[in-house]
Design a protein around this ligand. Structure first.
Ligand code: TYM
Length: 330
């Protein structure tokens, strides 16, 4: 079976609805047909200074949320990035293939440094480590949200560059970005993506939030001055965002959801979207409670996932060592 891989950063105690609908839902669907590797990007999270105890906690709960969302750890390898240290080694090789200016032109780096955020070198080389994560597993597809598109493009460039310079060694991956759900918008500011770092508490839906609060946030979502419920992401960003959320969770095409609100107003739409989201979140939270009751089992799953990932990583890394002229490791 062809391989796929994806990761999420442990930057919060809870995934948000964008992470869930833009990525995790697809991870779960794809694990049926692909040999899947899903990891917590704890090394990437070190680019943002975090209290060690907090990072440890977030790493565990992020992994648990993959499982609560439906990732099956028997079928898919679930692991921590830092447990397969070859990621860092291949990341170094990727750094040495990347021009300084190329790294500085990446949007995420430019945005973060423009805001005057303390930019460590890790933030600059973040995309090269991400390329290593992906190329390590010969991934055919990488299921991510729209905001990761540029990272996938540089990964493809680096794989092609490596192959051109050293001979065919790495698989050039494709992004797997689902139109519509790949960019869930902020509820209060529907022209901006829902984001941990920039959304206001009312604009964000955390999967671990109190369901009453989730419903309240949806009911107070910003829509627009019209009254017709119609899927039109350009003209009706807020309404369209709610329709997409409904569509993915109810498994109904977005136009069909919109049609079911013909002759009804925004109030009805918000009420029903709140119900659909709460109906998804409650069993998710229930599964999380079960998973957190047994931390030893979670650690066992992560150890097993890391062992399976390491097997693949060792094969790729020896190919890479050989290609670039490093002596084989004993
Ligand atoms: P991260 O942790 O920021 O986000 C995890 C996943 O959630 C998606 N996402 C969204 N999708 C739709 N709407 C939104 N508002 C939204 N916000 C976030 C992201 O696109 C992502 O798929 N760099 C990655 C982590 C990473 C990685 C990798 C991913 C490290 N190495 C290798 C894939 C392959 C990141 O920071 O995602």
């Amino acid at each position: 079976r062809p391989r796929i891989l994806s990761g999420m950063q442990p930057t919060s105690d809870s995934l948000h609805l964008g992470n869930y609908l833009g990525a995790l839902v697809n991870w779960v669907g794809l694990q049926e047909d692909f040999d899947a590797y899903y990891f917590v990007a704890d090394l990437h999270a070190l680019t943002v200074p975090t209290d060690p105890e907090v990072l440890r906690h977030r790493t565990r709960v992020t992994a648990a949320q993959f499982l609560a969302g439906g990732v099956d750890p028997v079928r898919s390898a679930v692991f921590c990035q830092s447990h397969v240290s070859l990621h860092a080694e291949l990341g170094w090789v990727m750094n040495c293939l990347t021009a300084d200016g190329e790294a500085r032109r990446m949007t995420q780096f430019k945005d973060k440094t423009a805001k005057g955020q303390n930019a460590n070198v890790g933030l600059l080389t973040y995309p090269m480590l991400m390329a290593a994560d992906i190329l390590m597993y010969d991934a055919a597809y990488v299921p991510v949200g729209e905001d990761q598109r540029q990272h996938l493009e540089i990964t493809r460039d680096l794989a092609q560059r490596f192959n051109a310079r050293f001979g065919d060694t790495l698989v050039v991956p494709d992004a797997y970005i689902v139109k519509g759900s790949a960019k869930i918008q902020d509820l209060q500011e529907p022209t901006a993506k829902m984001s941990k770092s920039t959304s206001s508490p009312k604009g964000l839906i955390d999967l671990m939030d109190d369901p009453r609060r989730i419903a309240k946030n949806i009911r107070s979502a910003v829509t627009d001055t019209g009254s017709e419920v119609r899927y039109d992401p350009e003209g009706k960003a807020g309404v369209s965002n709610l329709l997409v959320i409904h569509s993915v969770l109810s498994g109904t095409p977005v136009e069909e959801v919109a049609a079911s609100f013909a002759g009804r107003g925004y109030g009805d739409l918000k009420k029903e979207v709140a119900e659909v989201v709460v109906a998804a979140v409650e069993p998710f939270q229930e599964r999380m409670r079960g998973l957190l009751e047994d931390p030893a089992e979670l650690d066992r799953i992560l150890a097993d996932g890391a062992a399976r990932a390491a097997e693949v990583a060792h094969v790729t890394m020896s190919r890479v060592r050989d290609a670039v002229g490093l002596l084989p490791a004993a």
